[in-house]
Design a protein around this ligand. Structure first.
Ligand code: B3K
Ligand code: ZN
Length: 876
């Protein structure tokens, strides 16, 4: 497979202004008729000589005509990937008819079947598996779509826009015609056909239009849509208030689908969702799932403007819509729930997973300059780092200018397919700021590292801060230029415990300010600093960088209690724990007795005794850095030492603070009816963190509480937590009875069974690999369903670090076997699930060799472009 390069971009020679589609859905014989209204592109002077080139894969062409005249075979050419018509007029109608096989489509791209229902996934390049078309986002057309199906099997026939006409047809068939008046690229096309039920509601927009809202699900899920519907309405109101964006059709539909590669898809007027990203019920979904649903519903809705009305010129610009939309959904969730916790959770995830991606063989800039398979670029870098960069823009220009820039962007480019420059230019114009250097964030891969040093000059009452930046080399990018990095900071007085007023270059900049790091190295002299401070740096994670500062443990304990920035208070606790963990990892490796750092114990005691009204943040502060995050900090990952050290810290804290954890548990237990609301969620998470400490030492009372919490079955958050703790406990007798009860109760609910799979395969005990193999034969498991694959294989390889990295290589072998099978069934999922194997550079030689051997074994197969691209990079 050949790469596509950004610098090769050219506008298409032909564009489509209107697209008429007719789908005749029939098992084994689905036919798609397309009538395209085509014209030459005015910006291509060679358009007159250019043949008409359309994309198409896995299609069988049955008929082709131009302006009603069937073409002779020598007038066109069909290959595996294209249809080329050699000579075409300036403006014409192209009619084609193809046959496709949705029932045989296991890749879940294009038109496929899930539980007998037809549905589509066209982003990024799935439409070419439906019909011949210029499958690129800069071709935007209005669509009119007729669906014909069996009235019994497919009573519901949905597509984008508004329903125009429906009727009966002979032979028990019926049809519906849909019209979407908004020009769109074909990646936003969608259809759904099947036996579905709907829940309906409505929303009145700010200008007084009534929009009908529908969520379509299989009948048994009708009770599980309330939260998604409420989230949708909140998101619609939020986008009006915050961004001045109003919905633009009379109907907005969401459909829940069981087999889906990603979370959801923002098709115009017809969002298609992975059922896991839309269905919730207190009995079956955890707080985290409720919040995830809210965030994804909002994300897809927000795309209606950031993505659909204004879309991407080409797929290299993917972060234009994804980074901006993730930023928008993050802000929405922060406004709706606990803002500091949302930030902590996002950053904790980002620093673990995106940093690892940026340091690995598939590192790429937010705007890559080439790809083999675009599906591989729906990454944490494009999405999450993209969102961090938009957040930096917001912080650099301020909210008001940012909003003005956003208005300008939507107005200027409405109905167009544009680039990242177009977006940043609007921000520069609205703010008057020069964002030239800032653009490097989009082209440079890798995580910048800042080394900070500070010194207090008692004689002069000055604080001297030096910041040095460096971005490590990444594949294909050996040399990096300095970035424009906003560093938000404060100086916390060690006597007063307060943020000190800062004066920089004679100008008072306040108690909390942003300094701009643009050079490789910069010195900042803060004057009139009356007392020795501890600097609080990178507040709120003001830039996606690694910041090192030689904090003493006393400094960190001080910031943990005194920093006015909630995020940095949490981060100080994480840094403090990491220092202790470092010592213990070294002790473990050297076979020396482990000794717990009392300063960490005292810091935690302080947290447990402090008056706090923010239980959600407290729960975060009491949570130790994950094994994955600890690993990120190590030069060479020793999974066993990390696991042992973290377990030791957890148990030491539990032993020293047992009574406090018990008290916290009881103080936060409640029988109130479940609601996924911030206060309840906070209390539950605090209670469950406390329980996890008690269970780490197999405290008798803790075990009893966990068992009671499990049997009470109050809500899935509590049940899942209890079941996890019982299953992961080293007391073997606790797991099986609970797991059995759970699976008997929930055998009928695949989303709950996914949790049952994940809980078991993330056990730290060494027999877990055999259990993974065993569970792969469980009737509820299927390699064809991406949610099952993620729940079982993904959770094992991604979260069970000690067992996946077993020194005999059995974990690697198991994953490679799965990748080889998935490569045939679903290349997109195969190329994602393989990630842990690609990170071999981080491990000892023995493991490196084992991991590489498995990658080689995969490489020897006949590979999809998806897996090929990843494996080649991993072995490069
Ligand atoms: N835009 C979709 C991405 C789907 C692509 C899958 N190959 C999901 C989202 O970001 O909203
Ligand atoms: Zn998105």
């Amino acid at each position: 497979p050949q790469p596509t390069y950004l610098h090769d971009y050219q506008p298409p020679a032909h564009r489509v202004t209107h697209t008429e589609l007719t789908f005749d859905l029939a098992p084994g014989a689905t036919r798609v008729k397309a009538r395209l209204h085509v014209e030459r592109h005015p910006e291509r002077d060679d358009a007159a000589e250019s043949p008409l080139t359309l994309d198409g894969e896995q299609l069988s062409l049955k008929a082709i005509a131009i302006d009603g005249q069937p073409l002779d075979p020598d007038e066109y050419r069909v290959s595996d990937t294209q249809l080329i018509v050699h000579r075409v007029p300036e403006r014409f109608l192209l009619d084609t008819e193809v046959e496709i096989a949705p029932e045989a489509n296991t890749a879940l791209e294009g038109l496929y079947q899930s539980n007998g229902m037809y549905c589509t996934q066209c982003e990024a390049e799935g439409f070419r598996r439906i019909t011949y078309y210029p499958d690129r986002p800069d071709v935007m057309a209005t669509f009119s779509t007729t669906l014909i199906g069996d009235a019994q099997r497919e009573p519901v026939l949905l597509s984008n826009g508004n329903p125009l006409e429906r009727g009966e047809l002979p032979g028990g068939r019926h049809f519906v015609t849909w019209e979407d008046p908004h020009p769109k690229p074909c990646y936003l096309f969608a259809l759904v056909a099947g036996d579905l039920e709907k829940v309906e509601d409505s929303f009145t927009t700010v200008s007084g239009r009534e929009v009908v809202l529908q969520i379509w699900v299989e009948e048994e899920n009708l009770d599980n849509t309330d939260h998604a519907m409420a989230s949708l309405k909140r998101a619609m109101a939020w986008d009006e208030q915050t961004y001045g964006r109003e919905y633009d059709l009379d109907l907005f539909m969401i459909v829940a689908v069981n087999d889906f590669n990603m979370g959801a898809m923002e098709n115009k007027g017809l969002n298609i969702f992975n059922s896991a990203a839309v269905l919730t019920h207190p009995q079956t979904a955890t707080d985290a799932a409720f919040q995830r649903v809210e965030g994804i519903v909002a994300h897809e809705y927000f795309h209606n403007w950031s993505g659909n009305r204004v879309t991407c010129r080409d797929w290299f610009q993917l972060s234009l819509k994804e980074g901006f939309t993730v930023f928008r959904d993050q802000c929405f969730s922060a406004d709706t729930n606990s803002a500091p916790v949302k930030r902590i959770e996002d950053v904790a995830f980002f620093r673990t997973a995106q940093f690892a991606e940026d340091a690995g063989p598939t590192a790429h800039p937010i705007r890559p300059d080439h790809y083999i398979e675009i599906t591989n670029f729906y990454t944490l870098t494009i999405y999450e780092k993209g969102a961090e960069v938009v957040r930096m823009l917001r912080n650099l220009v301020g909210w008001e200018a940012f909003r003005q820039g956003s208005d300008r962007y939507f107005e200027r480019f409405d109905g167009q397919a544009v680039t990242i420059e177009d977006f940043v230019d609007c921000m520069a114009e609205a703010s008057g700021l020069d964002l030239g250097q800032f653009m490097r964030w989009y082209s440079q891969a890798g995580t910048p590292e800042i080394d900070a040093h500070g010194e207090y000059d008692y004689a002069k009452s000055e604080y001297h801060l030096t910041l040095r930046q460096r971005t490590p080399a990444t594949p294909g990018q050996p040399d990096k230029l300095p970035l424009h990095i906003p560093v938000r900071l404060g100086l916390v007085g060690t006597k007063s415990g307060e943020d000190l007023r800062m004066t920089l270059d004679g100008e008072v900049i306040g108690k909390d300010a942003v300094v701009h790091l643009r050079e490789d190295e910069q010195h900042f002299v803060f004057t009139d600093i009356a007392e020795a401070p501890v600097p609080s740096l990178l507040r709120g994670f003001s830039a996606p960088v690694k910041l090192r500062f030689p904090y003493s443990r006393e400094d960190l304990a001080f910031l943990l209690t005194h920093d006015s920035d909630g995020f940095n208070r949490w981060d100080a606790g994480q840094r403090l724990a990491l220092l202790a963990l470092d010592d213990l990892i070294a002790a473990h490796r050297n076979g020396v007795e482990k000794v717990m750092d009392v300063r960490v114990v005292e810091a935690f005691r302080g947290l447990l005794h402090a008056e706090t009204d923010d239980k959600a943040v407290l729960a975060e502060m009491l949570t130790l850095p994950s094994e994955a995050y600890i690993a990120e900090q190590q030069p060479l990952v020793d999974v066993d030492a990390i696991h042992a050290a973290r377990t030791f810290v957890k148990q030491s804290l539990a032993m020293a603070l047992r009574d406090d954890f018990l008290r916290v548990y009881h103080d936060n237990a409640s029988d109130a009816p479940y609601a996924p609301e911030p206060e309840q969620i906070a209390a539950r998470s605090l209670k469950n963190v406390a329980l996890s400490y008690l269970m780490s030492i197999e405290d008798e009372e803790g075990i009893e509480l966990a068992q009671r919490q499990f049997s009470a079955g109050h809500n899935m958050t509590d049940v899942r937590c209890a079941l996890t703790l019982l299953t992961h406990s080293s007391r073997g007798d606790l797991a099986d009875p609970a797991l059995r009860l759970f699976s008997e109760k929930w055998a009928h609910d695949p989303l709950v069974m996914d949790q049952w799979f994940s809980i078991q395969v993330t056990r730290p005990q060494s027999d877990v690999l055999e259990r993974v193999t065993f569970l792969m034969d469980h009737p509820a498991f299927s390699l064809k369903n991406p949610n099952r694959v993620r729940a079982l294989i993904g959770a094992f390889a991604g979260q069970n670090r000690v067992n996946f990295h077993r020194i005999d290589g059995a974990g690697y072998r198991l994953l490679a076997d799965v990748v080889i099978e998935l490569n045939r069934l679903n290349p997109e999922i195969a190329a994602r699930i393989i990630t842990p194997l690609t990170r071999w550079q981080r491990f000892d030689e023995q493991r490196q060799a084992l991991m590489k051997a498995e990658l080689e074994r995969i490489r020897a197969e006949e590979l999809s472009p998806n897996v090929f691209e990843v494996v080649e990079k991993a072995l490069a």
